[in-house]
Design a protein around this ligand. Structure first.
Ligand code: HEC
Length: 113
């Protein structure tokens, strides 16, 4: 019984530390500055400036982080993004994802007959 209590305390502590680290690492203001490396293709605002790049504004933090880490590890490959992601630290990825996920986008769906 005591062991289970101790275990749940340790788990709570571990998750608490992890959560604290994540929120500390993800800094949208720092991400905005770092986004100067992305603006030619994705824009500061996350709306693509070239037709072959995707819009990344408003995508979730976790999705953006996962994609950037996948490009960096080679799990996802693209001639440009694989090279760019090599230069990003975990903190860069968290900051950039915080910036682009914080952008609010509006959608107008076309009317259909
Ligand atoms: C020279 C152009 C260029 C630059 C600069 C660039 N990207 Fe990209 N990015 C692309 C293209 C093209 C793709 C589409 C990749 C594919 O088709 O798989 C992409 C894909 C992505 C994706 C995946 C989007 C999705 O919907 O799955 C993310 C996230 C991303 N880029 C983030 C960044 C960040 C952050 C930076 C700056 C550090 C950056 N990119 C710089 C061209 C660029």
């Amino acid at each position: 019984m005591i062991d289970r209590l101790l275990l749940s305390c340790l788990l709570a502590l571990a998750f608490g530390v992890l959560a604290a680290q994540t929120s500390w690492a993800a800094d949208a203001t720092a991400g905005r500055k770092k986004a100067s490396a992305c603006q030619t293709c994705h824009g500061y605002d996350g709306i693509a400036k070239i037709p072959t790049a995707p819009h990344i504004a408003g995508e979730s933090q976790i999705y953006l982080e996962n994609q950037l880490k996948a490009f960096r590890s080679g799990k996802r490959e693209h001639e440009i993004m694989s090279v760019i992601a090599q230069q990003l630290s975990d903190e860069d990825i968290a900051d950039l994802s915080a910036w682009y996920s914080a952008i609010i986008i509006e959608v107008i769906v076309p009317e259909t007959q």
